[in-house]
Design a protein around this ligand. Structure first.
Ligand code: ADP
Ligand code: MG
Ligand code: MG
Length: 871
């Protein structure tokens, strides 16, 4: 038969799945010999069984009765004994801490009959006993019977607690239609059921979704003999940390409240005093607490937080756990523990996360001045940006060029906004989600972005926005917080990230203080341990240079199409409009030196390191003006009786080239096979640039290949050119079409390397159009648990991941020296990096700002077991 109840003596923190964090750690403390009130834990198994069937599983009642009896024996009191009652707390506690999301009921066991008994225990303190009863009725009413909290509004402060109990019992009756239960055992089983149910409380469900905690774990229930901090001046209750959870600084840190029950500290009803004050008031209690905290740190080898209560001078431990901390504290503490000889560097590395490092790299607002918040949107790309608003890309670029920091505001962005996005400090849109164009591009550039701020009414033509009753005109200053999604009026002061300044070389580890020293030390160790190399996605020398300072070991993706924007667009238009081979070749010949110059710069910046250049990928019509603009221009010209000339030609081309599904249309390798000379021009530019830069290591990458024949055709022509120019370069392919993954063994015959394009592979693997699905139904899919995170954010291990594993296995079988990496957005995502490590890739490539994150996560993947928690 399943065992559903564990005494503290039977439990341990290893049983966290079954006993929850709180229960496991209470058992751990009890078994360390620390003063924990007697108690037992009902398992998450029992909770799950209850939630499935709506009743307690068979045998649970009897087991609880047996353990309650043991508890009574140890406490020396019995539940329901009117003369000398035992009271217990009934406390939730899941595997992962969900602070304040579920329920706890204190003082269970108190009835009309036993109040006098409790008062006698307390040496005749009637006020205390009635106050406990009042608290029980309120907590029980709220938790077990769903009475709204406001119903129990506090009476006048000096109210007689006995009178208050009478009133609360009436309120209880009004809301439930029954009397407050006078059978303590009934109180106990009802409270246990209510804690089970609180697992599915709305706020708990929301919290789990936010934190990616599985919804089917259930909570354990801890039944603990009550101890009382509300027995006068020599009693009290508090919370404490063994180190400062904000900075990681050594030294205890906490709050204490005299004459109070635990909930009062957390609720913040009364002003607490710093823990040091306890030393003055109760030296013995304080000293014992210090020695227990030292013991806990030694045992857990980490920062612990605790809850404790002092009952008439006697200290009781009510909770502990490895404490939550800020990102900065996580690094500082891990490094300190290494210095103290408590943990080794591998362990330190496993205790910090890429997400924490990413957080430390963004500048932050100083909100102490109380800035005016005018709207909130989706926190799409973190950071704190301040600037004058501009409503179109051209204006943004002009303002920025004149030295004014700019926030580009659009309803939504498209590729034409790119120059404005590059020029801006931050991007704000009123439409679109986390994978909208604005969000993806901003994250790639490490630029602050708030998107989908629907309260904002953006009037592009009027160059104004309205939000929160305020009109902001072009040139007015706003501040946007890409970490919280908040939009503020005016300039909020910004604190630059010291960690980035360290990466940039303007702060040395020695001068940088404990945080910088910790980051430096742990990241250096990650580099030593990781098997995955880390490259960057970069199209410009500036990006490449920054990424190099951030530790990139090469470029894994240079998107050449970004080199066809701006004034070069005219040349691409000529290429598209060419009617004869001569016209086409002439356009290509003009593009050649421009491309050569681009590559020369990149190769110079990355001399000695590999640079993977992807041949042009997007459909060419993306370079033409939007259909609507052209149609309007042509119509206006015709109205005036003028000749629309070039616009007419462009409009015809746009019509001719229209595709229903451009993502599945004439793009990638297909362009190269259809437009003579296009890829050849690019290969020539790469080769000539490589020849001109000593140490250049060019790799030529063909996008969107689905069949080996496509790659062979491109490869033949490219190899001929390379030979002709006497340049050596590896030629490889992206694996981003499912068919390529499934025929990787054949494709490997024509490829020196593979690079997974996980965006397209996800898009085509699921049949999701990334630009459309997010707003349409991802919310519902997340709700239904079809996936826990968007597969565009974190790689879908089971489906897309399987395609990757197949391609790796079959590609390497055909060609053991095949070099394999990934260059999609997932290359910078912590959970995905772990997968790429496990799948045996050689490198990941990500945006410059993600490079340190990827270095850290690649190191963590190497030192921690497969599948271990990344939380
Ligand atoms: P949470 O998980 O929200 O912190 P807890 O179960 O820890 O909820 O309990 C809420 C408060 O009640 C805490 O301050 C805790 O210390 C206090 N408390 C819980 N059990 C007891 C007990 N047996 N005796 C005294 N105080 C208790
Ligand atoms: Mg607690
Ligand atoms: Mg692609």
């Amino acid at each position: 038969m399943t065992k559903y109840v564990y005494d503290f003596a039977e439990g341990s923190r290893e049983l966290k799945d079954l006993l929850g964090g709180k229960g496991g750690n209470l058992a751990e403390m009890a078994n360390l010999g620390l003063p924990v009130p007697p108690g037992f834990t009902v398992t998450t198994d029992a909770c799950r069984a209850f939630l499935r069937s709506g009743t307690e599983p068979y045998g649970l009642r009897d087991e609880i009765a047996v353990h309650l009896e043991r508890l009574e024996r140890r406490a020396g009191r019995r539940l329901g004994d009117a003369a000398d009652p035992l009271l217990v707390s009934v406390r939730s506690g899941a595997k992962f801490s969900m602070p304040g999301m579920m329920e706890t009921v204190l003082n269970v066991g108190l009835t009309d009959d036993s109040v006098a008994g409790l008062s006698a225990q307390a040496g005749g303190d009637e006020r205390f006993a009635w106050d406990c009863y009042r608290r029980l009725i309120e907590m029980f009413g709220r938790t077990v019977c769903d009475i709204p909290g406001e119903a129990f509004e506090p009476g006048p402060l000096d109210a007689d607690p006995r009178e208050c109990v009478r009133r609360y019992q009436e309120i209880f009756r009004e809301h439930t239609g029954r009397d407050f239960p006078q059978d303590p055992h009934e109180q106990l089983s009802e409270a246990i059921r209510a804690v089970f149910r609180s697992w599915n409380a709305e706020r708990a469900v929301l919290y789990r979704r936010q934190e990616h905690i599985p919804g089917d774990l259930g909570t354990a229930v801890n039944v603990v003999a009550m101890v009382f901090g509300n027995l006068g001046a020599d009693s009290g209750t508090g919370v404490a940390f063994t180190r400062d959870p904000a900075t990681g600084e050594r030294g205890v840190y906490g709050d204490y409240l005299t004459n109070a029950q635990g909930e009062d500290v957390v609720a913040g009803i009364r002003n607490t005093m710093p823990l040091q004050e306890l030393e003055r008031r109760d030296k013995a209690g304080y000293d014992e607490l210090m020695s227990i905290m030292a013991k806990l740190e030694e045992h857990y080898k980490d920062l612990c937080d605790i809850e404790f209560t002092i009952e008439r001078g006697k200290l009781w431990m009510l909770q502990t756990r490895v404490g939550k901390r800020t990102a900065a504290a996580a690094f500082v503490i891990a490094a300190q523990l290494v210095d103290e000889g408590v943990i080794d560097l591998d362990e330190a590395l496993s205790r910090v996360t890429g997400a924490q490092l990413a957080q430390l790299m963004f500048p932050a607002f100083d909100l102490s001045g109380g800035p005016r918040r005018i709207a909130a949107g989706i926190a799409a790309s973190p950071g704190a940006a301040v600037g004058a608003v501009a409503f179109d890309a051209r204006r943004a670029a002009a303002l920025a060029a004149a030295g004014t920091p700019v926030i580009l505001v659009r309803r939504e962005t498209n590729p034409d906004d790119l120059p404005g996005m590059i020029a801006a400090q931050g991007i704000l849109t009123s439409r679109g989600g986390k994978t909208s164009h604005a969000a993806v591009v901003a994250r790639g550039m490490g630029k602050t972005c708030v998107c989908g701020a629907e309260e904002i009414d953006v009037d592009i033509t009027g160059a104004q926005l309205r939000a929160g009753g305020i009109t902001v005109s072009e040139g007015d200053v706003v501040s946007i917080d890409g970490t919280s999604g908040a939009v503020y009026l005016g300039a909020v002061p910004v604190q630059p990230s010291p960690v980035v300044r360290y990466f940039e070389g303007s702060v040395t580890p020695d001068a940088g203080g404990p945080l910088i020293r910790a980051v430096d030390r742990i990241l250096t160790h990650a580099d030593k341990r990781r098997r995955l190399a880390v490259r960057t996605n970069a199209d410009t020398a500036a990006d490449a240079a920054r990424a190099r300072r951030f530790g990139a070991q090469g470029i894994g993706l240079c998107r050449t199409e970004h080199m066809f924007l701006g004034e070069r667009r005219a040349l691409v238009e000529r290429l598209i409009l060419a009617r004869t081979g001569e016209q086409r070749d002439a356009a290509l010949a003009e593009l050649l030196p421009l491309q050569r110059a681009d590559f020369t710069e990149l190769f110079r910046e990355m001399a000695g390191l590999p640079v993977t250049v992807r041949l042009i990928d997007p459909p060419l019509h993306e370079f033409l003006p939007p259909l609507e603009d052209l149609a309007v221009r042509v119509a206006r010209a015709e109205e005036r009786g003028a000749d629309p000339g070039h616009d007419r030609e462009l409009l015809d081309a746009v019509h001719r080239m229209h595709e229903e599904n451009p993502m599945l249309g004439l793009r990638g390798v297909r362009l190269g096979l259809v437009i003579p000379g296009l890829f050849a021009m690019q290969v020539r530019a790469i080769a000539e640039a490589a020849a001109a830069v000593p140490g250049a290591r060019a790799e030529i990458m063909v996008p969107l290949v689905g069949a080996v024949q496509e790659l062979e055709a491109v490869r033949q022509e490219a190899q001929r050119l390379l030979d002709e120019l006497g340049v050596e370069a590896r030629i490889g392919t992206m694996i981003e079409v499912p068919r390529a993954a499934l025929t990787a063994g054949e494709i490997a015959r024509a490829a020196d390397f593979f690079s997974f394009g996980t965006n397209d592979l996800t898009q085509m693997g699921w049949g999701f159009s990334r630009d459309d699905v997010e707003g349409a139904f991802f919310g519902r899919y997340l709700e239904l648990g079809i996936f826990g995170v968007s597969p565009f954010e974190s790689i879908d291990r089971d489906g897309v991941g399987r395609l990757i594993r197949i391609a790796v296995a079959e590609g390497r079988a055909a060609r053991p020296d095949l070099h394999i990496g990934v260059c999609g957005e997932h290359g910078g995502d912590p959970a995905s990096i772990r997968f790429f490590h496990e799948a045996g890739l050689d490198y990941v490539s990500c945006s410059p700002f993600r490079v340190p994150v990827a270095r850290l996560e690649a190191g963590r993947s190497a030192v921690t077991a497969a599948g271990s928690d990344t939380r």
